[in-house]
Ligand binder design. Structure first.
Ligand code: NAD
Ligand code: ZN
Length: 377
Protein backbone atom coordinates (compact mmCIF):
# COMPACT_ATOMS: atom_id res chain seq x y z
CA UNK A 1 0.00 0.00 0.00
CA UNK A 2 0.97 3.64 -0.30
CA UNK A 3 1.79 5.44 2.95
CA UNK A 4 3.30 8.70 4.21
CA UNK A 5 6.64 7.65 5.71
CA UNK A 6 9.09 9.58 7.92
CA UNK A 7 12.70 9.61 6.62
CA UNK A 8 14.16 12.30 8.88
CA UNK A 9 13.53 15.89 10.01
CA UNK A 10 11.53 17.80 7.35
CA UNK A 11 11.64 14.71 5.10
CA UNK A 12 8.45 12.69 4.64
CA UNK A 13 7.66 10.79 1.45
CA UNK A 14 4.89 8.67 0.03
CA UNK A 15 6.38 5.17 -0.19
CA UNK A 16 5.26 1.62 -0.84
CA UNK A 17 4.80 -0.20 2.51
CA UNK A 18 3.53 -3.68 3.41
CA UNK A 19 -0.25 -3.93 3.80
CA UNK A 20 -1.24 -4.28 7.47
CA UNK A 21 -2.81 -7.61 8.42
CA UNK A 22 -5.05 -8.92 11.18
CA UNK A 23 -2.53 -9.92 13.89
CA UNK A 24 -4.86 -10.55 16.83
CA UNK A 25 -8.42 -11.94 16.78
CA UNK A 26 -9.59 -8.59 18.22
CA UNK A 27 -8.08 -6.53 15.33
CA UNK A 28 -10.03 -4.66 12.67
CA UNK A 29 -8.63 -3.56 9.28
CA UNK A 30 -9.82 -0.22 7.94
CA UNK A 31 -9.47 1.20 4.45
CA UNK A 32 -8.73 4.85 5.14
CA UNK A 33 -11.02 7.37 3.45
CA UNK A 34 -9.94 10.49 5.40
CA UNK A 35 -6.83 11.11 7.49
CA UNK A 36 -5.80 14.52 8.82
CA UNK A 37 -2.47 16.20 9.36
CA UNK A 38 -2.27 17.42 12.97
CA UNK A 39 -0.19 20.04 14.77
CA UNK A 40 1.07 17.11 16.84
CA UNK A 41 2.56 15.50 13.70
CA UNK A 42 4.73 18.59 13.38
CA UNK A 43 6.61 17.78 16.61
CA UNK A 44 7.93 14.69 14.77
CA UNK A 45 8.18 16.24 11.28
CA UNK A 46 10.20 19.17 12.62
CA UNK A 47 12.67 16.83 14.34
CA UNK A 48 11.67 17.62 17.93
CA UNK A 49 11.34 13.90 18.72
CA UNK A 50 13.54 10.91 18.01
CA UNK A 51 10.92 8.92 16.13
CA UNK A 52 12.69 6.38 13.96
CA UNK A 53 12.84 6.61 10.17
CA UNK A 54 10.44 4.26 8.41
CA UNK A 55 7.42 4.98 10.60
CA UNK A 56 4.04 5.85 9.05
CA UNK A 57 2.45 9.03 10.47
CA UNK A 58 -1.26 9.64 11.02
CA UNK A 59 -3.41 9.46 14.15
CA UNK A 60 -6.58 11.24 12.90
CA UNK A 61 -8.20 8.46 10.91
CA UNK A 62 -11.54 7.48 9.47
CA UNK A 63 -12.55 4.85 6.95
CA UNK A 64 -14.47 1.74 5.95
CA UNK A 65 -13.99 -1.62 7.69
CA UNK A 66 -12.65 -4.23 5.25
CA UNK A 67 -11.80 -7.16 7.56
CA UNK A 68 -12.46 -8.13 11.17
CA UNK A 69 -10.69 -10.65 13.44
CA UNK A 70 -12.48 -13.76 14.76
CA UNK A 71 -13.19 -12.23 18.18
CA UNK A 72 -14.68 -8.96 16.88
CA UNK A 73 -18.37 -8.93 17.84
CA UNK A 74 -19.72 -5.45 17.16
CA UNK A 75 -17.87 -3.89 14.21
CA UNK A 76 -18.86 -5.29 10.80
CA UNK A 77 -17.23 -5.25 7.36
CA UNK A 78 -18.60 -2.20 5.52
CA UNK A 79 -19.10 -0.04 8.64
CA UNK A 80 -17.86 3.55 8.38
CA UNK A 81 -15.75 4.17 11.48
CA UNK A 82 -13.68 6.88 13.10
CA UNK A 83 -10.77 5.93 15.35
CA UNK A 84 -9.91 7.98 18.45
CA UNK A 85 -6.18 8.72 18.31
CA UNK A 86 -5.71 7.03 21.70
CA UNK A 87 -5.49 3.25 21.44
CA UNK A 88 -7.08 1.65 24.50
CA UNK A 89 -7.43 -1.96 25.58
CA UNK A 90 -10.85 -1.29 27.11
CA UNK A 91 -10.25 -3.44 30.18
CA UNK A 92 -7.44 -1.90 32.24
CA UNK A 93 -8.06 0.19 35.36
CA UNK A 94 -7.81 3.47 33.40
CA UNK A 95 -9.84 2.43 30.33
CA UNK A 96 -12.60 1.24 32.67
CA UNK A 97 -12.73 4.78 34.06
CA UNK A 98 -12.87 6.23 30.51
CA UNK A 99 -9.26 7.46 30.81
CA UNK A 100 -8.27 5.90 27.50
CA UNK A 101 -5.38 8.34 26.99
CA UNK A 102 -3.73 6.60 29.93
CA UNK A 103 -4.34 2.97 28.94
CA UNK A 104 -2.03 0.75 30.97
CA UNK A 105 -1.91 -2.13 28.47
CA UNK A 106 -1.10 -0.75 25.02
CA UNK A 107 2.14 1.10 25.88
CA UNK A 108 3.20 -0.12 29.33
CA UNK A 109 5.13 2.33 31.49
CA UNK A 110 4.35 5.42 29.40
CA UNK A 111 1.40 7.73 29.06
CA UNK A 112 -0.93 6.04 26.61
CA UNK A 113 -0.72 4.74 23.06
CA UNK A 114 -1.51 6.27 19.66
CA UNK A 115 -1.19 5.51 15.94
CA UNK A 116 2.01 6.68 14.23
CA UNK A 117 3.39 8.64 17.13
CA UNK A 118 6.76 9.09 18.88
CA UNK A 119 6.89 7.49 22.32
CA UNK A 120 3.34 6.14 22.09
CA UNK A 121 3.88 2.54 21.10
CA UNK A 122 4.76 0.64 17.93
CA UNK A 123 1.44 1.22 16.14
CA UNK A 124 1.59 2.42 12.54
CA UNK A 125 -0.31 5.52 11.47
CA UNK A 126 -3.21 5.94 9.08
CA UNK A 127 -1.79 8.41 6.55
CA UNK A 128 -1.93 5.36 4.32
CA UNK A 129 -4.38 3.25 2.39
CA UNK A 130 -5.02 0.81 5.26
CA UNK A 131 -4.77 0.78 9.07
CA UNK A 132 -4.77 -2.02 11.63
CA UNK A 133 -6.93 -1.11 14.62
CA UNK A 134 -6.16 -3.12 17.78
CA UNK A 135 -9.17 -4.02 19.98
CA UNK A 136 -11.38 -2.89 17.11
CA UNK A 137 -14.67 -3.17 18.99
CA UNK A 138 -13.35 -0.69 21.56
CA UNK A 139 -11.33 1.61 19.29
CA UNK A 140 -13.75 2.11 16.37
CA UNK A 141 -16.64 4.55 16.67
CA UNK A 142 -19.32 3.31 14.24
CA UNK A 143 -20.64 6.37 12.40
CA UNK A 144 -24.23 7.18 11.43
CA UNK A 145 -25.78 6.82 7.94
CA UNK A 146 -24.64 10.28 6.83
CA UNK A 147 -20.96 9.39 7.41
CA UNK A 148 -19.88 9.80 3.79
CA UNK A 149 -21.82 13.03 3.36
CA UNK A 150 -20.26 14.65 6.45
CA UNK A 151 -16.91 12.89 6.16
CA UNK A 152 -14.76 15.92 7.04
CA UNK A 153 -16.88 16.62 10.12
CA UNK A 154 -16.78 13.08 11.50
CA UNK A 155 -13.03 12.82 10.78
CA UNK A 156 -12.51 15.56 13.40
CA UNK A 157 -13.83 13.16 16.06
CA UNK A 158 -10.51 11.29 15.88
CA UNK A 159 -8.70 14.09 17.71
CA UNK A 160 -9.13 17.83 17.48
CA UNK A 161 -12.85 18.21 18.21
CA UNK A 162 -12.71 16.07 21.39
CA UNK A 163 -9.30 17.58 22.25
CA UNK A 164 -10.69 21.12 22.01
CA UNK A 165 -13.64 19.96 24.10
CA UNK A 166 -11.23 18.38 26.60
CA UNK A 167 -9.50 21.76 27.02
CA UNK A 168 -12.83 23.31 28.04
CA UNK A 169 -13.67 20.32 30.26
CA UNK A 170 -10.27 20.50 32.01
CA UNK A 171 -10.83 24.24 32.52
CA UNK A 172 -14.37 23.57 33.78
CA UNK A 173 -16.09 26.04 31.41
CA UNK A 174 -19.71 26.67 32.50
CA UNK A 175 -22.63 28.54 30.88
CA UNK A 176 -22.29 32.31 31.05
CA UNK A 177 -18.57 32.28 31.87
CA UNK A 178 -15.74 34.07 30.09
CA UNK A 179 -12.87 32.04 28.62
CA UNK A 180 -9.49 32.93 27.16
CA UNK A 181 -8.09 30.42 24.68
CA UNK A 182 -4.40 30.60 23.76
CA UNK A 183 -3.84 29.41 20.18
CA UNK A 184 -6.17 29.56 17.18
CA UNK A 185 -4.71 26.50 15.49
CA UNK A 186 -7.09 23.61 14.82
CA UNK A 187 -7.16 22.66 18.51
CA UNK A 188 -7.78 26.21 19.76
CA UNK A 189 -10.50 26.65 17.14
CA UNK A 190 -12.18 23.45 18.32
CA UNK A 191 -11.89 24.71 21.92
CA UNK A 192 -13.65 27.87 20.71
CA UNK A 193 -16.48 25.81 19.18
CA UNK A 194 -16.63 23.70 22.38
CA UNK A 195 -16.77 26.72 24.68
CA UNK A 196 -19.72 27.94 22.63
CA UNK A 197 -21.40 24.52 22.87
CA UNK A 198 -20.94 24.69 26.67
CA UNK A 199 -22.66 28.08 26.75
CA UNK A 200 -19.69 30.32 27.51
CA UNK A 201 -20.55 34.00 27.21
CA UNK A 202 -17.30 35.68 26.22
CA UNK A 203 -14.73 33.57 24.35
CA UNK A 204 -11.43 35.39 23.74
CA UNK A 205 -8.97 33.72 21.36
CA UNK A 206 -5.29 34.69 21.25
CA UNK A 207 -3.06 34.22 18.19
CA UNK A 208 -1.13 36.33 15.68
CA UNK A 209 -2.31 34.80 12.39
CA UNK A 210 -5.11 36.93 10.92
CA UNK A 211 -6.63 34.02 8.94
CA UNK A 212 -6.82 31.84 12.05
CA UNK A 213 -8.23 34.70 14.14
CA UNK A 214 -10.90 35.25 11.48
CA UNK A 215 -11.95 31.60 11.79
CA UNK A 216 -12.07 32.00 15.58
CA UNK A 217 -14.44 34.91 15.12
CA UNK A 218 -16.63 32.89 12.73
CA UNK A 219 -16.86 30.19 15.43
CA UNK A 220 -18.08 32.70 18.01
CA UNK A 221 -14.80 33.96 19.51
CA UNK A 222 -13.44 37.46 20.09
CA UNK A 223 -10.09 37.64 18.27
CA UNK A 224 -7.13 38.85 20.35
CA UNK A 225 -4.21 39.67 18.06
CA UNK A 226 -1.06 39.32 20.16
CA UNK A 227 1.01 40.99 17.43
CA UNK A 228 -0.90 44.23 18.13
CA UNK A 229 0.02 44.46 21.82
CA UNK A 230 -0.03 42.45 25.03
CA UNK A 231 -2.64 39.69 24.88
CA UNK A 232 -2.93 39.79 28.68
CA UNK A 233 -3.78 43.52 28.64
CA UNK A 234 -6.37 42.99 25.91
CA UNK A 235 -8.04 40.22 27.96
CA UNK A 236 -7.97 42.32 31.15
CA UNK A 237 -9.56 45.22 29.23
CA UNK A 238 -12.40 42.93 28.15
CA UNK A 239 -12.97 41.56 31.67
CA UNK A 240 -13.05 44.70 33.84
CA UNK A 241 -9.45 44.11 34.86
CA UNK A 242 -10.35 40.81 36.57
CA UNK A 243 -9.24 38.26 33.98
CA UNK A 244 -11.26 35.48 32.34
CA UNK A 245 -13.11 32.91 34.45
CA UNK A 246 -11.34 30.07 32.60
CA UNK A 247 -8.30 29.60 30.39
CA UNK A 248 -7.36 27.02 27.77
CA UNK A 249 -3.81 26.36 26.57
CA UNK A 250 -3.92 25.13 22.95
CA UNK A 251 -0.39 26.03 21.81
CA UNK A 252 2.09 23.77 23.61
CA UNK A 253 5.82 23.70 23.16
CA UNK A 254 6.49 25.67 20.00
CA UNK A 255 9.57 25.71 17.86
CA UNK A 256 11.17 28.99 19.02
CA UNK A 257 12.47 30.35 15.73
CA UNK A 258 9.07 29.86 14.13
CA UNK A 259 7.23 32.08 16.58
CA UNK A 260 10.07 34.30 17.76
CA UNK A 261 9.67 32.82 21.22
CA UNK A 262 12.77 31.82 23.11
CA UNK A 263 10.97 29.70 25.64
CA UNK A 264 8.13 27.27 25.94
CA UNK A 265 6.74 28.93 29.07
CA UNK A 266 5.17 32.02 27.47
CA UNK A 267 1.60 30.83 27.23
CA UNK A 268 1.45 29.25 30.70
CA UNK A 269 2.74 32.39 32.40
CA UNK A 270 0.41 34.61 30.36
CA UNK A 271 -2.55 32.40 31.26
CA UNK A 272 -1.84 32.88 34.96
CA UNK A 273 -2.08 36.63 34.36
CA UNK A 274 -5.05 36.55 31.97
CA UNK A 275 -7.23 34.28 34.15
CA UNK A 276 -8.94 35.66 37.27
CA UNK A 277 -8.01 34.74 40.83
CA UNK A 278 -9.56 31.31 41.64
CA UNK A 279 -10.00 30.63 37.92
CA UNK A 280 -8.90 27.39 36.32
CA UNK A 281 -6.74 26.54 33.30
CA UNK A 282 -7.00 23.50 31.02
CA UNK A 283 -3.80 22.57 29.19
CA UNK A 284 -3.99 20.36 26.09
CA UNK A 285 -0.97 21.87 24.28
CA UNK A 286 1.88 19.35 24.30
CA UNK A 287 4.89 20.26 26.47
CA UNK A 288 7.05 17.17 26.08
CA UNK A 289 9.95 18.24 23.92
CA UNK A 290 11.58 15.01 22.82
CA UNK A 291 10.67 11.39 22.58
CA UNK A 292 11.33 10.03 26.09
CA UNK A 293 13.13 6.68 26.24
CA UNK A 294 12.38 5.99 29.89
CA UNK A 295 10.00 7.01 32.64
CA UNK A 296 12.79 9.14 34.17
CA UNK A 297 13.35 11.00 30.90
CA UNK A 298 9.62 11.55 30.52
CA UNK A 299 9.65 13.36 33.87
CA UNK A 300 12.47 15.72 32.78
CA UNK A 301 11.35 16.59 29.28
CA UNK A 302 9.02 19.46 29.99
CA UNK A 303 10.96 21.54 32.55
CA UNK A 304 10.09 25.21 32.24
CA UNK A 305 10.29 28.50 34.07
CA UNK A 306 6.76 28.80 35.50
CA UNK A 307 5.60 31.60 37.81
CA UNK A 308 4.24 29.29 40.47
CA UNK A 309 4.14 32.14 43.01
CA UNK A 310 1.55 34.17 41.08
CA UNK A 311 -0.39 31.01 40.28
CA UNK A 312 -0.47 30.14 43.99
CA UNK A 313 -1.32 33.68 45.13
CA UNK A 314 -4.26 33.74 42.73
CA UNK A 315 -5.57 30.42 44.03
CA UNK A 316 -5.86 29.07 40.52
CA UNK A 317 -5.94 25.47 39.40
CA UNK A 318 -4.54 23.66 36.37
CA UNK A 319 -5.58 20.41 34.73
CA UNK A 320 -3.58 18.87 31.91
CA UNK A 321 -3.09 16.03 29.50
CA UNK A 322 -3.99 14.10 26.42
CA UNK A 323 -7.68 14.01 25.57
CA UNK A 324 -9.57 10.83 26.44
CA UNK A 325 -11.15 11.04 23.00
CA UNK A 326 -13.51 8.09 23.35
CA UNK A 327 -15.20 9.55 26.43
CA UNK A 328 -16.56 12.51 24.41
CA UNK A 329 -17.16 10.89 21.04
CA UNK A 330 -20.78 9.75 21.27
CA UNK A 331 -22.04 13.17 22.35
CA UNK A 332 -19.91 15.12 19.85
CA UNK A 333 -20.91 12.68 17.08
CA UNK A 334 -24.58 13.38 17.88
CA UNK A 335 -23.99 17.13 17.62
CA UNK A 336 -22.51 16.65 14.14
CA UNK A 337 -25.25 14.37 12.95
CA UNK A 338 -28.00 16.73 14.20
CA UNK A 339 -26.27 19.66 12.48
CA UNK A 340 -25.52 21.51 15.75
CA UNK A 341 -21.75 21.36 15.24
CA UNK A 342 -19.76 21.64 12.03
CA UNK A 343 -16.07 21.15 12.91
CA UNK A 344 -15.15 20.86 9.21
CA UNK A 345 -15.54 24.67 9.08
CA UNK A 346 -11.79 24.90 9.71
CA UNK A 347 -10.70 22.57 6.87
CA UNK A 348 -8.58 24.59 4.45
CA UNK A 349 -7.21 21.85 2.15
CA UNK A 350 -8.55 18.53 0.92
CA UNK A 351 -5.69 16.69 -0.83
CA UNK A 352 -4.58 13.28 -2.06
CA UNK A 353 -2.01 11.23 -0.15
CA UNK A 354 0.55 12.01 -2.89
CA UNK A 355 0.26 15.69 -2.03
CA UNK A 356 0.95 15.07 1.68
CA UNK A 357 4.72 15.87 1.67
CA UNK A 358 4.03 19.28 0.16
CA UNK A 359 1.16 19.85 2.61
CA UNK A 360 3.52 19.13 5.54
CA UNK A 361 5.85 21.87 4.31
CA UNK A 362 3.08 24.47 4.14
CA UNK A 363 1.36 23.45 7.38
CA UNK A 364 4.67 23.37 9.26
CA UNK A 365 5.52 26.87 8.01
CA UNK A 366 2.01 27.98 9.18
CA UNK A 367 1.67 29.39 5.65
CA UNK A 368 -1.26 31.71 5.23
CA UNK A 369 -4.51 29.82 4.80
CA UNK A 370 -3.10 26.37 5.75
CA UNK A 371 -5.28 25.73 8.81
CA UNK A 372 -6.31 22.09 8.57
CA UNK A 373 -5.37 19.54 5.92
CA UNK A 374 -7.44 16.44 5.26
CA UNK A 375 -5.95 13.72 3.06
CA UNK A 376 -8.01 11.32 0.95
CA UNK A 377 -5.98 8.14 0.32
P1 NAD B 1 -0.84 24.55 15.67
O1 NAD B 1 0.63 24.58 15.87
O2 NAD B 1 -1.41 24.51 14.30
O3 NAD B 1 -1.53 25.79 16.42
C1 NAD B 1 -0.93 26.48 17.45
C2 NAD B 1 -1.29 27.95 17.31
O4 NAD B 1 -0.75 28.66 18.43
C3 NAD B 1 -0.73 28.63 16.05
O5 NAD B 1 -1.78 29.21 15.30
C4 NAD B 1 0.25 29.67 16.60
O6 NAD B 1 0.27 30.86 15.82
C5 NAD B 1 -0.33 29.94 17.98
N1 NAD B 1 0.66 30.49 18.95
C6 NAD B 1 2.00 30.37 18.97
N2 NAD B 1 2.52 31.03 20.03
C7 NAD B 1 1.46 31.59 20.68
C8 NAD B 1 1.35 32.41 21.84
N3 NAD B 1 2.41 32.77 22.54
N4 NAD B 1 0.12 32.80 22.20
C9 NAD B 1 -0.99 32.45 21.50
N5 NAD B 1 -0.94 31.68 20.38
C10 NAD B 1 0.27 31.25 19.98
O7 NAD B 1 -1.30 23.25 16.47
P2 NAD B 1 -2.71 22.56 16.80
O8 NAD B 1 -2.93 21.45 15.85
O9 NAD B 1 -3.79 23.55 16.98
O10 NAD B 1 -2.33 21.93 18.20
C11 NAD B 1 -2.07 22.76 19.32
C12 NAD B 1 -1.38 21.97 20.42
O11 NAD B 1 -2.26 20.94 20.88
C13 NAD B 1 -0.10 21.27 19.96
O12 NAD B 1 0.85 21.31 21.00
C14 NAD B 1 -0.58 19.85 19.76
O13 NAD B 1 0.47 18.92 19.85
C15 NAD B 1 -1.54 19.73 20.91
N6 NAD B 1 -2.49 18.61 20.86
C16 NAD B 1 -2.80 18.02 22.04
C17 NAD B 1 -3.70 16.97 22.09
C18 NAD B 1 -4.08 16.36 23.41
O14 NAD B 1 -4.71 15.30 23.43
N7 NAD B 1 -3.77 16.98 24.51
C19 NAD B 1 -4.28 16.50 20.90
C20 NAD B 1 -3.98 17.16 19.70
C21 NAD B 1 -3.07 18.21 19.68
ZN1 ZN C 1 -3.93 15.14 16.16
Amino acid sequence: MKALVYYGPLDVRVSEMPDPEIEQPTDVLVQITTTNICGSDLHMYDGRTNIEAGRIFGHENMGRVVEVGKAVMKVKVGDMVCMPFNIGCGHCKNCERKLTAFCLTMNPGFAGAAYGFAGMGPYEGGQAEYLRVPYGDFNCLILPEDASEKENDYAMLSDIFPTGYHATELAGVKPGESVVIYGAGPVGLMATLSARIRGADKIMVVDSHPDRLRLAEELGGIPIDMSKGSAVDQVLDLTDGQGADRGCECVGYQCCNKHGQEQSNVTMNELVQAVKATGSIGVVGVFVQEDPKSKEELQKKGHMDFDFGSFWMKGQSIATGQANVKSYNRELCALISSGKAKPSAIVSHELSLDEAPDAYKHFNARDKGWTKVVLKP
